[in-house]
Design a protein. Structure first.
Length: 715
């Protein structure tokens, strides 16, 4: 039996919270006792000091009532502190660290759990029945994600913890629609569409998320040949889309010759699709820009996953090596080396349905092997709060081997091979010099190869073809934020692109090798204003092509004006150019498999492609209803007959011309907690114009109109 006597006196009631560590030390000194505890259990806890005159027993009772810990006296000398095996209720308010304004719609979730919440219009949230040792993850689009231990919420100066999120320089314009068509799809103020792949819902007709297939659900975007990787935006061909993966320009995008996206959604964190009104920092891609980015935040725990379907197996992992260092890895490989599944067989037949590979030839034995893989790796290093370094690599590979021999004559046999590869390296350095001024330097190297070897028995002819693209690029972005409403961007970009096209025939002997190199410089300037109901982004890009001694000016505009909380007007326009194009030669294919070869412009028979585009539209949003109507006009000059996929005599002519596409896009979308349904319709008048052809004007190969009605349950 022992007594705890004495008192702690305070001159006045404290209005601020004091760390539990400090309070414990005061009690130990006052009563000559010792607390036994794990330091990490009390480090992040602060409470108000007990008021008035309390003896030691009353103080211990006060601590037990106000701290999620158990204080237990072992004797008159020692008191233990242990973590309670129970749940608590927590609350908080989410703020923008720079503007000190609340953030509504922030995601709050319990790590490794499906439970969570969304911050209300005033930034507040509540979570009940949270385990004491749980980790709370708080994220918001355009801001750095933060993690807290549940016990840290007891260190707030108020009843609810104030949480400040720091905006990143990857910050997008304000999210206009949080759920657009399906979960994970969002619409931003500048008109671009954002795919958050971590939250992405599977679309109708898919068994798992696919980045490039998902893009084709957007109005004005389709695939003329129903290929996932063949994306046609407002009448443009697939090669007119700028594909960026962590700032690396990619020249190849699909497995199974376009049936599967080559970009793994497990590690691709965010995709931004822009059809018009593009930022002045981007050129190329006269039809659209598809900007893919991976995780850019260093986490404090290992995470990852693995899976397998009837086509391939994949795995990914994010490994923090230190507080400021992390490595992210992913890989995917077809499973044809192990087993041939019905799904793989269906895909195989679809890929090669019109080729010799899938032909029914009873007089000969054939054997074909197809495989693919892709991989990525990224190193994240934070020197400090102001300097971030990132380095990454991506590899994509498709291999097709085909052999045949005749039953009547075993000596007549052939072996053919087709390989497609794209390898990319990249790195960037972000620096925050002052609160208003920051910079980013990024550089990349991209290498694309297609190699084909085809032995033709009938003519005893061996055909070898090669297409190689080597590109390096460096870009400097300078950001200056005058205030919360006005931002400026200035920068410089240099790109060097080299291409090789080689053809060799054994009988009769023929050999042709063409190499071209093009060096481009660009300066760009942009200002962005966003206040109340008005959003305006104006930009100008100056391009200089050293080989041709040619200057091109490209103005850009992106404007949005809200007339009310429901109705808004949007106006977009841009000039863009492109110096690379894909040549399609159906006569010189691979066993009937279409091959597309990249070529550089020469400013003669292959001119620089230039686009001019303008659009105007209205948006209506109310009660989870989203209605959009957009009219557009687009002209692209400098296209060639060889890259439009003509099946007639036009494909053999070295001619260049233009196409004009004008029309309207309509979308109506209704979302609830359980389902999303939408109807989209696009009508366009799309025509070619080639002066040397008869007739000189005729319809484009891309379909003139399409529509879809989809009901999707997000249960």
């Amino acid at each position: 039996m022992f007594l705890l006597v004495g008192s702690i006196c305070y001159a006045q009631k404290s209005t601020n919270k004091t760390s539990l560590t400090t309070i414990i030390k005061t009690i130990e000194k006052q009563y000559n006792i010792k607390f036994s505890y794990a330091v990490e259990d009390i480090t992040n806890i602060s409470i108000e000091q007990p008021s008035g005159s309390l003896n030691l027993q009353q103080t211990i009772d006060y601590l037990n009532a106000n701290v999620p810990l158990n204080f237990k006296a072992l004797n008159d000398r020692y008191i233990t502190i242990s973590v309670l095996d129970k749940t608590v209720s927590i609350c908080g308010i989410v703020f923008d660290e720079n503007l000190k304004t609340t953030l509504s719609g922030a995601t709050i979730r319990i790590k490794n759990s499906s439970e969570g919440s969304i911050s209300s219009s005033n930034g507040s949230f509540n979570l009940n029945d949270v385990a004491i040792d749980a980790t709370i993850v708080i994220s918001y689009l355009g801001f750095e994600t933060k993690e807290f231990n549940a016990m840290e919420f007891f260190s707030a100066d108020t009843n609810c913890k104030n949480i400040f999120l720091k905006a990143t320089k990857e910050e997008l314009n304000t999210v206009l629609i949080n759920v657009f068509l399906t979960s994970g799809l969002q619409k931003t103020t500048d008109g671009s569409t954002v795919l958050n792949t971590k939250k992405f819902g599977i679309l109708p007709g898919l068994t798992e998320p696919d980045i490039l297939q998902s893009i084709q659900t957007l109005p004005g975007v389709e695939s003329s040949n129903e290929s996932i990787a063949n994306i046609n935006v407002r009448g443009g061909t697939n090669d007119q889309n700028l594909m960026l993966w962590d700032n690396i320009k990619m020249y190849h995008s699909g497995h199974f010759f376009g049936l599967i996206s080559a970009y793994n959604p497990n590690l691709t964190n965010k995709v931004i699709v822009t059809k018009n009104g593009t930022s002045a920092e981007y050129s190329d891609g006269v039809s659209s820009t598809v900007n893919m980015s991976t995780n850019n935040e260093i986490r404090n725990s290992i995470s990852g996953g693995a899976g397998i379907n009837l086509i391939s197996g994949d795995a990914f992992v994010e490994i923090p090596l230190a507080k400021n260092l992390e490595i992210d890895l992913s890989a995917r490989h077809s499973i044809t080396d192990i087993i041939t599944t019905p799904t793989y067989t269906k895909y195989y037949k679809k890929s090669f349905q019109d080729s010799e590979i899938n032909a029914d030839n009873s007089d000969k034995n054939t054997n074909s092997d197809f495989s693919f893989y892709d991989y990525t790796a990224k190193i994240l290093y934070d020197l400090n709060d102001k300097h971030q370094f990132r380095a990454n690599i991506i590899g994509i590979n498709n291999e097709l081997n085909y052999s045949e021999n005749y039953n009547s004559d075993q000596s007549k046999s052939k072996a053919s091979r087709l390989s497609q590869k794209n390898l990319g390296y990249g790195g960037n350095w972000k620096a925050q010099w002052t609160k208003k001024f920051s910079s980013q330097v990024s550089t990349y190297f991209s290498r694309y190869n297609i190699d084909a070897s085809d032995y033709r028995v009938a003519t005893d002819q061996l055909l070898n073809e090669a297409n190689e693209v080597l590109e390096t690029g460096t870009k400097l972005n300078l950001y200056y934020d005058t205030n919360q409403n006005m931002k400026f961007l200035a920068g410089y970009q240099i790109n060097e692109t080299g291409m090789l096209n080689q053809t060799r025939v054994s009988a009769p002997f023929y050999s042709s090798t063409k190499k071209d190199v093009l060096l481009n410089h660009a300066l760009f300037l942009e200002t962005e204003y966003n206040k109340n109901k008005t959003y305006l982004r104006l930009g100008m890009r100056l391009n200089y092509f050293q080989k041709f001694e040619k200057l091109l000016f490209e103005p850009r505009i992106n404007f949005r004006q809200k007339f009310s909380d429901q109705l808004a007007l949007k106006i977009e326009g841009e000039f863009k150019n492109q110096t690379t194009t894909q040549i399609i030669d159906f006569e010189d294919d691979f066993l009937g498999v279409e091959k597309r070869r990249w070529q550089l412009v020469n400013n003669k028979d292959i001119p620089i492609a230039r686009s001019k585009q303008g659009s105007i539209g209205f948006e209506f949003n109310q009660d989870n209803w989203n209605i959009e109507l957009t009219g557009f006009y687009k002209i692209v000059d400098g296209i060639t007959a060889s890259n439009q996929g003509f099946y007639n005599n036009f494909q053999f002519k070295k001619a260049h011309g233009s196409y004009t596409d004008n029309g309207v896009e309509f979308l109506i979308n209704k979302t609830t907690k359980k389902y999303s349904t939408w109807l989209s319709y696009t009508f366009s008048n799309n025509n070619y114009h080639f002066e040397s052809f008869i007739p000189s004007t005729f319809p484009n190969n891309i379909r003139l109109h399409w529509d879809s009605i989809t009901i999707f349950w997000i249960i």
